[in-house]
Design a binder for this molecule. Structure first.
Ligand code: ZN
Length: 367
């Protein structure tokens, strides 16, 4: 059964499990933040197309991640002028969605025009040329469109709310508007499975300590941290740099539906990345995930082996931290966007179970 929507997109245990109001406390970990942060933008007088108004979980994608599927020359143009564009992450798959809705770009363009925000007259929504022309992009991720020529008011509005779900002529569409921001990098590192993995806060702490103590002694990790930080701060000792970086590590337990449709507990490791660019970020992830971690030298925690990840990442919103059936977006009240296949299957199953459970009761009531 999927988790109910709440203000805590990761279903975290621990201090971050406290719900936070939209403009109040927000955790440092961007994956645990919601949208509508800071001062709200000016509201348009009216919107021609109704859309779901909710406080959504924040989507965190790096600039390189957003541009991963896009042809190099186009990607370079965006990198050169990031403020001229907004990435529109379309929910529900890659190329497939365009086959299902050939009007996708004009539907989204009309929706944005319909927001009646000053300076949106010249906007264009385009499907940028891709690196690969073969079919393997069907569910390629993340799949983005580009919004070109938005006024500052329009940009502020789209980026503050981030996610929009609406219907037009029966077609259900949802997208998130994301800034091309070289300073944004995901904190999520990996899922962790193994015998030791459970909901007990002490066990989680022990797991985290095992990881941070191993990394504190890892030469590759130490040298990487030192090299990255040397570029941006005053000289200080490598030990200080490593200790400070390891303070930004967090681990949380969460319940996920695995590939066999069973609910299991996984640990999720997060850290504030110290990388200055995409290459350093890749290296950071590689160093942390390519070594082994063993609690008390006997109990191994298994990380980031493709065949050990217990669930497929969400193909709907492209988040790596939950499977599609647990996607928080379609669970939002009054969601007007599409419903992913796994969620529809989950709902059908729940309905069927309820019907079976109630059947004998109805029989009894007849007598
Ligand atoms: Zn999702």
């Amino acid at each position: 059964m999927a988790n109910l929507p709440n203000n805590n997109p990761l279903g975290h245990q621990g201090p971050q499990a406290t719900p936070h109001p939209a403009n109040g406390y927000q955790p440092n970990n961007p994956h645990a933040q919601t949208m509508r942060r800071g001062l709200p933008p000016l509201e348009p007088s009216q919107s021609r197309i109704a859309y779901t108004k909710a406080t959504y979980p924040r989507i965190v994608k790096s600039l390189d991640g957003l541009l991963a599927e896009i042809m190099e020359t186009t990607a370079d143009a965006v990198r050169a002028n990031p403020n001229k564009y907004i990435a529109l992450l379309v929910y529900g798959g890659g190329n497939k969605i365009k086959e299902e809705n050939p009007n996708l770009t004009s539907d989204i363009e009309n929706f944005i025009l319909g927001l009646t925000i000053a300076g949106n007259k010249r906007i264009r929504v385009v499907d940028p040329p891709k690196k690969y022309t073969d079919k393997r992009g069907d569910f390629a991720k993340p799949h983005i469109l580009l919004l070109h020529h938005g006024s500052p008011e329009l940009r502020a509005y789209l980026l503050w709310y981030q996610t929009f779900a609406f219907q037009t002529e029966g077609r259900k569409i949802a997208f998130s508007a994301l800034r091309f921001d070289a300073n944004v990098r995901p904190w999520f590192i990996t899922d962790i499975v193994g015998r030791a993995v459970c909901d007990d806060p002490e066990a989680i702490q022990e797991g985290l300590t095992t990881i941070t103590s191993a990394l504190a002694k890892d030469t590759n990790f130490r040298n990487h941290v030192d090299a990255c930080l040397a570029k941006v701060e005053n000289p200080r000792s490598i030990d200080e740099r490593v200790q400070d970086t390891l303070k930004g590590f967090e681990m949380h337990s969460t319940r996920v539906t695995n590939r066999e449709k069973k609910e299991i507990t996984v640990w999720q490791l997060f850290a504030n990345p110290i990388a200055n660019n995409g290459l350093e970020f890749k290296e950071w992830l590689k160093i942390i995930t390519s070594r082994r971690y063993i609690i008390d030298e006997i109990d191994e925690m298994f990380i980031r082996c493709k065949n050990l990840k217990p669930y497929d990442s969400c193909a709907f919103c492209k988040s790596e931290t939950h499977p599609e059936e647990q996607c928080p977006f379609p669970l939002v009240a009054d969601w007007k966007g599409p419903i992913p296949k796994e969620v529809r299957a989950e709902r059908a199953k729940a309905k069927e179970e309820l019907a079976t459970k109630n059947a004998p009761l109805i029989e009894r009531n007849k007598h």
